[in-house]
Each structure stands twice: as C-alpha cells, then as structure tokens.
Design a protein around this ligand. Sequence first.
Ligand SMILES: [Zn+2]
Length: 471
Amino acid sequence: MLKLYNTLTRKKQIFKPLKNNLVRIYSCGPTVYDYDHLGHAWRYLSDDILRRVLEYNGYKVKHVMNITDVGHLTSDSDTGEDKMEKTAQEQKKTAHEIADYYTKIFFEHRKKMKMLVPNIICKASGHIKEMIDLIKILEKKGYAYKTSDGIYFNVKKFPKYGKLSGNTLDKLKAGARIEINKEKKHPADFALWKFSPKNKKRQMEWLSPWGIGFPGWHLECSAMSMKYLGSSFDIHTGGEDNIFPHHECEIAQSEAATGKKFVNFWLHARFLTIENQKMSKSLKNFYRLEDIEKKGFAPMALRYLFLTSHYSSKMNFTWQGLEASQNVLNKLYEAMADYKKAKRICFESEKKFPRAKIMENKFFEAVNDDLNTPKALGIVWNLIKSDCPDSIKKSCLLKFDKILGLGLDKIKPRKIKISAPIKKLLQEREKARKEKNWQKSDEIRNNLKENGYLVEDSLQGQKISKIKKLF
Ligand SMILES: [Zn+2]
C-alpha cells in the first residue's frame, strides 16, 4: 500500500490512480537559461524515486516533463525580463541556442545520476497554440481580462484560489505591496499572455488574437499537462518554491477552464542548502555535477547522499557528507562484487532464511511510506550484515536497486588473485578430501582462514573467497 504526502490536503494519503493501472505524472521542468545545479539534482531525484516506486507497485507510469524556454520572467509576479532573452543577449546567442545548450547539459546530468528519462519531454515554445486555445476558453468563461500590457487571469472569479498554498485572496490583498501594475483587478491576478514591448522586438514572440506577445509562465504547464495527460491526472511534482505562485496559478487556470479537479496529488521536494547556507551566486556555492566530479566523487555518491535524506525534509549538502557517502557506496559495491560470485542456491535453502523475506518486505514498506529512502538504506545494511547467504543477499539487493538506482546490476563479480602458497594449500586440501582425511581438510581450511581466505565446499568443488572486514 503506497502512501504519499499530498501538499493539497496536507496529509499522507493512500495513493490510487484515477484511471485503472496507469499513473499520470507531470513534473515542472527546468527553465533552461543557465546550468542546472545540485538543487535541481536533489529536486528531480525525488521524481525518479517516485516513478521507480510506482513501477515497483505494478503501475504503468506516463511521465511528462516540460522545458521552459520562454515566458519565465526574472520576477515570479510577471515583471522583469524574460530569463531566456536576457541570457541570449548577454551571451550574444539566440534564445533557441541557449535553450538547446542548457537542455542538453541538463539531460546529461540526469543520465549520470541514473534518473529515468520522462516519457514525454515538451518545450513551452512548441505549444503556443495549445496555450492560446486555453486563454480563449478562459476568456469565453469570463476569467480573463485585458490590460495595456497583456491578458490577465481574474483570481476573484476563482474563489478556491489559495487552496494549495494557503495564500487565500484575503491574505494576499492584505499583504500586497504597492502594485506596479495598477490595471490589475487584484494583486494576485497573473498574466496569461504578455504583449511584446512596443519599442523593442523580442526574439520569441507570436501572433495571438489579442496582439503579438508571449505566454505567461504558469500557462505552459497547464496547457501541456492537460494536452498529454488529460484534464484531470494523478500526480504533479515540483520544488517547494513552485507551490506559490506557480502551482496555485496552474490550478486556478486549469480548473476554471475545465470545471474539473486538475490534479489529485501534489508532491513537493524541499530546498537544498549547501553547508547550511542558501545557494547563491554571491556565496559562490552554486555547485554543478562537474564540481563534484572534479573533486573525484562519482555522481552515484551524490545519488547515495541524496537517498540518505527524505525528499520532504531539507537536504543539507556538505563535502564531508559526500565523502562519507562515497565511502559507504564503495563498501556497498565491494559487497555486491562478492555476492555476484555466489551461485543461486536452491529454493529449499532460501526458505531457511525467512529473515531475508522479512527484510525485503520492510524495504518496500519503507519506500511505500512516502518514499522513505533513508529508512530503506538502513534495511540494505541490515541485510548485508545479516547471516543470509550471499546468493540471497545478491537477489535482494538487485531488487532493492530497482528503486535505489545505484547501478548494482553493473557491478562485476570480484576476481580474486590467489598466490602460489595459497594455491598449494588448496591443492593439498583437495587431495585430503579425496582421501577422506577430514581432519587434515579442516586443518587446511583453518590455515586458509587465518590467511584471510574462506573456503566453502560445493558440488563444483572448493570455492574460495577473501574474507572482508566491512565494519
Ligand atoms: Zn510548471
């Protein structure tokens, strides 16, 4: 039974798809005007775990992610410059070139972090028609009005505004700063369409029934999610900074247009801090994946570090924490390399280890409890420390890794180099066993053990492995 914390109801709830066995998820993607940083990696990892857990539960997942390449202004309240156009000007490139470049890097980073690729990746600039169509519906239903700089959504017509973030219209009006745009009917009204400035030609602008311009930022996510997932779908994800105003506005314009509930579950990842400080350009702590790699850490160590925190608690990145994660991950890989050598033992013998089954159940209980990966990792180490046979540990870990995504399936079995004296001892033992000289055979086994080797007898003969001190 899968439970997820829903920002909308502020409760952990049992998850069930709206339609049959299919789970439809929409994730707010990046605005591709700059390099993605560790904050993005943290936020998107929770989507990746969510998807893997849903698939483990037997659901089919349709995952859509957008790429914002137009309309996201430097201020979330529809003022300031377009982030894409600003960077294009600074770098003397076209907005499309900027978008393509940073999108490519973003997906390279995701791949290195072993994040699954969304089923549909959609660019805002490729869905202008859908956005215009949505504004037309809102206009027809009386939710939109025109000012001198654009078409706005009238929040007063949507009394449920604030249901996600708690920022209700009364609260917003009372706390509103002096409104720059005096033509707005309420401070929370937001742009559906912005007109191009009269004195300046934008790189990205389109003809609309209201005039040449570009879509408001919030609009793209409503238009694209509903195009690919239908007017009501299961899960919408984002970072906690998306809750307001972005997601609140998405709900308002989508539900106003369709008259239906837009999304059933809203999941938000909390912020990431760096050494307990907010990431900021001035503190020079906007670390990218390359910065991690330059210091000799594997992207998988970062994934491991992120798995040690719950997505809905604050993630504090420290270099010390990353180093510790790299060490623990190496131990996990070493253990797996040993287990990979183990032959699967027969079903009857597996039955003798009900503890493995119990741990397996506990692992899936943990991830099904609102994606509790820190707890799940604890169970991984309980299993490794247990007396279960290697073959069982191997099969359990491979199952767990379908969710953890640490690449355990790619770990090669450990090959051990055996020195000539050890080889000789093994031959002597083989001979003793043939002669049924059990005492000598045991003596040699103890001798090997003192030298750090474990010998097990199987149908195929003696099996030797190095005794490792993991702890
Ligand atoms: Zn969005």
